[in-house]
Design a binder for this molecule. Sequence first.
Ligand code: ACO
Length: 464
Amino acid sequence: MKHKLEGFFKPKSIAVVGASNDSRKIGHAALKNIIISDYQCKVYPINPKEKYILGLKCYKKIGDVPGSIDLVLISVPAPIVPQILRECVEKKVKYVIIISSGFGEVGNHALENELKEIIKHSNIRVLGPNVMGYKNASDGLDASFVFGNPRKGNVALISQSGALGIGMIYLANKEFMGVSKIIGVGNKIDIDDDDLIDYFAEDPETKVIGLYIESVKDGRSFMNSIKKCDKPVLVVKAGRSKAGARATASHTGSMAGSDKIYSAAIKQAGGIRCRDIVELFDMARALAGQPPAKGNRIGIITNGGGLGILLTDACEANGLTVPKLSKTTYRKIDKILPDLVKPNNPVDLVADAGFVRYEAATKILLEDPNIDGIIVASVHGGYARPREYTAAILKMVREQKLHEAYQKPILATWVGGREFEDLVWDLKSAGVPIYPSSWRTARSMMALYLEGQRLEKEKKEIKR
Ligand code: ACO
């Protein structure tokens, strides 16, 4: 039986083959990251030339390490990797991460096949080759050679591209998006996206799963994993165009496959296809921070008519509706608006709207059974009070968590300059999904609606 992935993310002992005293080398960075992790485990550098690396006793080969090894990171040139992998199998190592490049992605399929052959009849699980490794923010372990750590949170990220995976760490921090684990899968000779989806589906630290893929090894198994998963799965599938598919072949040595089939299959399995990484992060922030929408009826609150219309168009273009207000809600909104303004959806609070109007309007829409999700928008025009807008949203998001009846999503949109950015920072750091574009907001609301639909379908299937 192949080992399950639980121990892969929580190893009790780790060895780094190709660890080096030369700080410019990847094997040095990988060892250092493990040592400085806030994580307790035994660590063994492996290098035939050295006695000590970074203060730790160094071993000439895997076989010399006393006791068992759960995880081995390999960072030696590709031609030496098969020999090291054989030693790992012999030592009964459970998990291996092959950082080294120089396999299928550069057309060296024979060497990649040799690795597959070595592990074929063993229990060992292998990530890579051609990977950065992983960062387990939930438990504080950095098993990668990459500098920098994501904030701890509940979005798991899987990337077939190493460099993009690294970029995602920094983008996640910039967006204040907390991450549970981030992992590069590279050439996927063994551990594949479906294994990781299955693992993250059970991982209590993960609420949302996001993937960047260029190809999958076994389409049926990939779709089954998404279908089985009781958490939202967001997928960026690259290689949509002919030229993109050609670029895919030269990047990870894989075939992009029919784009239309991917789209249909991901949708049918209950996953959400995202156009790019920024959209994946937008949707992940919404799904991680807000409840799903039980229906597609959206209430929009704004202090600028133009932004309200753009949001309405974007909602309608993405399968959402912006219905007329019910009589009860109309009357309630009418009471909070200045005399000359009439209630509508979008609810235009007009340019000088402050805390009181924003708070009251949000509360009224939260209480309206005909509204399933709320977008609160602000344009930083002449009379606008962005600080009060922010305070009102923060208050309503706090209240939303306290009342069962308020379990509908609140997303925020803003248009403005640098003076608004500090406030956006405050909202993001409090976990409130806020976006600088009507389209991005509507797409994220669409994701919350699709998640609501998925959960509803699942409930019906369980009842049957
Ligand atoms: N066992 C243990 N250590 C060994 C062995 C062995 N059998 N043989 C050699 N070593 C040592 C070397 O002596 C060296 O240590 P030293 O610095 O003390 O001399 C160390 O292992 C590393 O070997 P080098 O030959 O110096 O290789 P180098 O570190 O330059 O490169 C690497 C190895 C990083 C794996 C390189 O071949 C490679 O593949 N680079 C690309 C990696 C990559 O980008 N992966 C994808 C990541 S994702 C992304 O795209 C960002």
